[in-house]
Unconditional design. Structure first.
Length: 228
């Protein structure tokens, strides 16, 4: 991966400055850097798209969950019945057009939906404690993250950590397999070399025996044929 590509999301192409930070993940067999929004959108089924709880180690049981009708996203039944969630409100129109037993997650209901947003706003001067959390600031603007985006950031970080942990486990198993294969190949090579040396020694003995037979028997150190 080139250095100039490391600062861009591997899916949407947004920069780390636009999305605050990028996560290292193993996605579809390759290592990539994704923004928080793309981590969540490419790992459906690993978290609830409403409350953003990461399912570790497993999702809720069938009687306590609902599955999106258009993607593998899994939602808590309690979250789908909650009317206080803005994400639920965003999917109300789409879900109303489907059977009552169906559910459509926020990303599927709205192509422009995003889990994570960073807003640039002028600094607060009135001491407002209800303002979103400050991520960084300078002399002109602050970068603000609301509670929902902060939860999305944490969820994406957890999923990225799980992804890299699994990748490390796979890499460790693969390394152990290759070490065993290398040891076996070394053993076979050593055995093949020993067989080759034995064959060479036997062939040399056979040649010496034939030479002695053609010259009237074995010879002494001076080259004279030994008598009976």
């Amino acid at each position: 991966m080139k250095r100039d590509q490391q600062s861009e999301c591997g899916v949407c192409g947004s920069s780390s400055s636009e999305r605050l930070l990028l996560h290292n993940v193993r996605h579809r067999g390759t290592y990539r850097r994704l923004c928080s929004n793309c981590v969540l959108k490419t790992h459906q089924g690993l978290f609830c798209p409403i409350c953003l709880q990461v399912y570790d180690p497993s999702p809720p049981p069938p009687n306590a969950r609902r599955i999106c009708a258009k993607c593998p996203s899994i939602i808590h039944s309690s979250c789908s019945s909650s009317s206080s969630s803005s994400a639920i409100a965003a999917t109300a129109a789409a879900s109303a057009a489907t059977p009552s037993s169906s559910f459509i997650c926020p990303p599927c209901s709205n192509p422009n939906f995003t889990f994570f947003n960073v807003n640039n706003k002028k600094p607060k001067v009135n001491g407002d404690t209800t303002a979103p959390a400050r991520v960084s600031n300078n002399d002109v603007n602050e970068r603000l993250v609301d509670v929902g985006s902060a939860k999305a950031l944490v969820a994406a970080a957890k999923i990225a950590a799980l992804s890299m942990s699994k990748a490390a486990a796979v890499a460790r198993v693969e390394a152990e397999r290759r070490v065993k294969e290398a040891a076996l190949a070394k053993k076979r090579a050593r055995e093949a070399l020993e067989r080759l040396l034995n064959l060479a020694a036997e062939e040399k003995k056979g040649k010496l025996a034939r030479v002695d037979g053609n010259n009237g028997g074995p010879r002494n150190s001076n080259g004279f044929t030994l008598g009976n």
